[in-house]
Design a protein around this ligand. Structure first.
Ligand code: TYD
Length: 219
């Protein structure tokens, strides 16, 4: 299904993953700031909702109050991804920009593939088809205990979210799925303990990204 995708882009593609309430959005912003302060061209973006069409899909997939069949949910995330990667992310990477993205295909594999039991391999293939085989250079996984995450979400009093509203068993499954993905692709993943302070995490993540940039330049 995946076939041969376009040439590898020139920029760096860094994604943030983790359960709801893991603080990944804060860390994605902190990394973007840090890189910009060092004079680098950075695009900070997210899925779902990194484009105009994507914002409409996000509204539907996250906030629709009626039922959405699991396969339809998976396809909505894939549709958002296909449009976002083709129209925003790839052009930026081709121009040499560092793309820092809040959630990507590992979220689909963990939430839809494992959480919704649609099959990890099938959902990964679907995402790779949607993105024409774009894999991140680095994926930061903010690992968080599900009970701790729930407390953070409740404290934030956010709007109703279909995925967040799932029970604790679902979120525990998603956490295990993320960790298993990181175990399989150790080179791509940096797993950090989301319970650490935001400053500490920013340093740990920033150091790894600097390392990646140096390795790239040395090639
Ligand atoms: P996000 O915008 O990161 O919300 P939060 O900051 O509250 O974590 O993600 C929205 C939700 O969408 C989140 O519950 C995870 C879910 N999601 C999937 O189920 N599959 C996907 O492919 C993506 C990208 C997100």
């Amino acid at each position: 299904m995946s076939g041969q995708g376009p040439q590898s882009p020139r920029g760096l593609f860094i994604t943030f993953e983790g359960g709801d309430g893991s603080g990944k959005s804060t860390q994605a912003s902190a990394l973007a700031e840090r890189l910009r302060a060092a004079g680098r061209e950075v695009l900070l973006t997210r899925e779902p909702g990194g484009t105009e069409v994507g914002l409409e899909i996000r509204e539907l997939v996250l906030h629709h109050t009626g039922d959405i069949a699991s396969r339809a949910e998976a396809l909505l995330y894939a549709a958002d991804r296909a449009h976002h990667i083709a129209t925003v992310v790839r052009p930026a990477l081709d121009a040499g920009t560092i793309v820092v993205q809040d959630r990507y295909l590992d979220s689909s594999v963990a939430y839809q593939g494992v959480g919704r039991a649609l099959g990890a391999a099938e959902i990964r293939e679907l995402s790779l088809w949607a993105s024409e085989n774009l894999l991140p250079d680095l994926t930061v996984l903010l690992d968080i205990d599900e009970t701790e995450a729930r407390q953070r979400i409740d404290a934030a009093h956010k709007r109703f979210d279909r995925l967040e509203a799932q029970g604790s068993e679902f979120h525990a499954t998603v956490r295990t799925a993320f960790l298993a993905l990181a175990e399989v692709e150790r080179d791509r993943f940096l797993v950090v303990d989301a319970a650490a302070s935001a400053d500490q995490l920013a340093v740990e993540i920033g150091d790894r990204v600097d390392e990646l940039i140096r390795a790239r330049q040395a090639r």
